[in-house]
Every structure is written in structure tokens, then in C-alpha cells.
Design a protein around this ligand. Structure first.
Ligand SMILES: [Zn+2]
Ligand SMILES: [Zn+2]
Length: 323
């Protein structure tokens, strides 16, 4: 059995008193010793949590025992170390930020694209009248995407509704949307239907489930994930790397945050350049007085601003504990 597991899941199901639910749920997760990030909204749950196989099993059982979430699908990864440093469970207006806040307007429980299981997606994606649409952001599709997929120049999913206007020419084709775990597609495909696209499908369970059930075939590069693994390989059939080091151009799938906390740019950098530039995107950032210590991962715990000396020393201490 793996030492730890990481669970990825979402569930669109109305929650009453969602703010209170979030508080209680945080305590529950802590009682199980889980680490991760969960978003609770009136429309449902979205989370990634990490812990021992026992605590993950207890968590899944707890979620499934609640009639509101009984159909939740968990994507389970075995991991060598816990994928998070803290446990967060927060109330937000949406479980995935689309900026479409009116539930009457976009409600995946009422109308959304037809769910395609990975094998069906694989069988359909190269057909002539089909367009594969990546609904994720630049930093995600830059490091990996389906061969021949249409990608959008967006920094955040909330720009998606605006971008739909540029897809008018695809009307009449079958549109297959995909994202990391399926959650964005629920809203993206719902919006496409609302905007008059007729044949809209979505990859159920996203790239992660596709990797497990269809070998990740034709997914080029790696899949960006929202924990300290940053990217995960999904293609065991015909893998390739599509991203290059920002500094030297060498092929790499490694994504980091610039060690200068003020810059914090999220970019691809090879190991060699990483050590040379101490995890910075440029030599200018390398001279920044608050540059964080590069440990080869380029992953940093978010520290609230402003940072004073006391906090810096505490953070250093925390980092030592973590390592
Ligand atoms: Zn490089
Ligand atoms: Zn930088």
C-alpha cells in the first residue's frame, strides 16, 4: 500500500448554510489528519486532500454517506509524500471561479454537456466533425494538452465566458471540452450550450481520470495540478514533452514559481537553470532582497503580506520543519 494518497474530487450539489458547513468540514478534515484545499460554495464542493490511505478512506466514506454527495467521484493518486503543507477549507461564491454567479444562468445540475467516459472521448476525439477544446488557462495548457486541441489565451477561468465569443466559427461541430478533473467543464460546457452551441460533450473526470482509464493517449506533456506536485505525468501510451525552459529553451516539464516573492511568476525552468538562477525567472529577480531559498522544487508556501522580520524567521523555521 502506498504511503500516502491524494484525492481530487468535486460535486455540484446545493449546500445550505455553506459557510457553517465549511467551518465544520475543516475541523473534520483536521481530525482525520488530512492536508489540502477544499472550496465550499452554495453550489457544492471542490477539493484536493492528501493523507494516509486510512484517513483518505475515512474521508471518502464520510462524503459518500452524505446523501448530497453520495455520487462524488474521487480520483485517487498514490504519492510518496503528502501533497500539501496545510489544511484549508474555505467558503467561496463558486466552487470554480467563472464569474457567472447567477445559479439560474449556469447550473450544471440542470444543463451541461454530455459526459464522455475516457474511452469514449478517445474514440471520438479524432473524428472529422469534432473539435477538442481545452478550457484551462495558459499556465496549464502550456505544460501539457491534447494533441490538436484548441487552447484559449486566458490567465484565469473567469475569462472563459468572454472567450466563448471567439469560438463562433465552431458552431455546427461537435465540441469536446476537457480540463484537469472535470469541474471546469461542467460550467464551460453549460455555458457553450447556453450560447447556442448544440453538440457539446465533456471529458468526465478530466485529464486525471483519462490518464488512469485511457492511458493518457495523445495527451502531450504533463498535467498541471494544484498541489505541490505541480505537474503529473498522465500519458503512458505515447508520452512527449511540449514545454521548454524559459531561460535556455531546453525541453522540460518542470514548473516553478520565481523565488522572488514579489515576482512569483509561474513558469517552466530546467533543473540546470534552476540551480544557476536559484529558482528565479531572471538575474534581476535573483538580486531581490526577499528572494526565497530555492530547494530544487520551486514550490513555496504562501505567506500573507506584509512580511516582517519576525514572520520571515518563523517561515524559515517552518520550512526546516517541513523538510
Ligand atoms: Zn534551462
Ligand atoms: Zn521573477
Amino acid at each position: 500500500m502506498a504511503q500516502y494518497q491524494t484525492l481530487l474530487y468535486y460535486c455540484y450539489s446545493p449546500i445550505e448554510n455553506a459557510e457553517k458547513f465549511a467551518e465544520d468540514h475543516l475541523e473534520f478534515c483536521k481530525s482525520l489528519g488530512l492536508l489540502g484545499r477544499i472550496i465550499v460554495a452554495d453550489e457544492g464542493l471542490n477539493g484536493t486532500v492528501s493523507g494516509t490511505p486510512e484517513s483518505c478512506a475515512a474521508y471518502m466514506e464520510h462524503i459518500h454517506s452524505d446523501p448530497r454527495f453520495s455520487k462524488t467521484e474521487f480520483k485517487i493518486d498514490d504519492v510518496e509524500e503528502v501533497s500539501f503543507i496545510k489544511m484549508h477549507c474555505r467558503y467561496k461564491e463558486e466552487i470554480v471561479h467563472s464569474g457567472l454567479r447567477n445559479p439560474a444562468e449556469i447550473n450544471p445540475n440542470k444543463q451541461t454537456g454530455i459526459h464522455l467516459e475516457p474511452k469514449d472521448f478517445l474514440a471520438m476525439k479524432d473524428q472529422e466533425d469534432v473539435v477538442v477544446l481545452d478550457v484551462r488557462s495558459n499556465y496549464e495548457h502550456n505544460v501539457g494538452r491534447f494533441k490538436n486541441a484548441i487552447t484559449l489565451d486566458i490567465e484565469n477561468f473567469r475569462e472563459f465566458p468572454e472567450k466563448v465569443k471567439e469560438l463562433e466559427h465552431l458552431k455546427g461541430k461537435k465540441i469536446l471540452t476537457y480540463c484537469t478533473g472535470g469541474i471546469k467543464c461542467e460550467k464551460a460546457s453549460a455555458l457553450l450550450l447556453k450560447e447556442g452551441f448544440e453538440d457539446v460533450y465533456q471529458l468526465h473526470g478530466g485529464i486525471i481520470k483519462y490518464g488512469k482509464e485511457a492511458g493518457g493517449e495523445d495527451f502531450e506533456g504533463e498535467c498541471y495540478v494544484f498541489d505541490n506536485r505541480v505537474t503529473v505525468p498522465v500519458n503512458s501510451v505515447n508520452p512527449s514533452v511540449v514545454s521548454t525552459c524559459k531561460n535556455c529553451g531546453k525541453i522540460t516539464s518542470k514548473m516553478i514559481n520565481c523565488a522572488n516573492p514579489v515576482c512569483n511568476e509561474h513558469f517552466t525552468q530546467c533543473d540546470e537553470c534552476g540551480w544557476e538562477l536559484e529558482g528565479c525567472c531572471s538575474s534581476a529577480c535573483q538580486t531581490h532582497p526577499r528572494k526565497r531559498e530555492y530547494d530544487g522544487t520551486g514550490y513555496y508556501v504562501k505567506v500573507p503580506q506584509p512580511v516582517n522580520e519576525e514572520k520571515i524567521s518563523k517561515r524559515k523555521h517552518k520550512k526546516l520543519v517541513k523538510n
